[in-house]
Ligand binder design. Structure first.
Ligand code: FES
Length: 105
């Protein structure tokens, strides 16, 4: 089973099994990790903001203009790492993906 490695806001690491029919956000929520996703994946809230490890971020498709615009409004935005987890489809090529959760607002 493909995995996602998640560092929570307290620095604890969680390794979860990834469902390849779901987004990264859905995978995180399904495993009860502390992530808000207020708009349910509609790219409208940015509460699913995560920091993807830089080497993994480079392998992801570019963010859409809407995703990028939302990210750049976030005070915790980090160029090259910030992504909206609802906009990343989890697929087999992302097995081992590493990301960090931000403190909840
Ligand atoms: S859940 Fe709202 S932007 Fe991702």
């Amino acid at each position: 089973m493909p995995t996602i490695h998640v560092i929570d806001a307290d620095g604890a690491e969680h390794v979860i099994e990834g469902d390849m029919k779901a987004s990264v956000m859905e995978n995180l929520c399904d495993h009860a990790l502390p992530l808000d996703a207020d708009c349910g994946g509609s790219c409208a809230c940015a509460t699913c903001h995560v920091l993807v490890d830089a080497d993994w971020a480079a392998r992801l498709p570019e963010p859409s203009l809407d995703e990028q615009a939302l990210l750049e409004e976030e005070p915790t935005y980090q160029p090259g790492r910030s992504r909206l987890s609802c906009q990343i489809d989890f697929r087999s090529e992302l097995d081992g993906l590493r990301l960090t959760l931000l403190p909840r607002r």
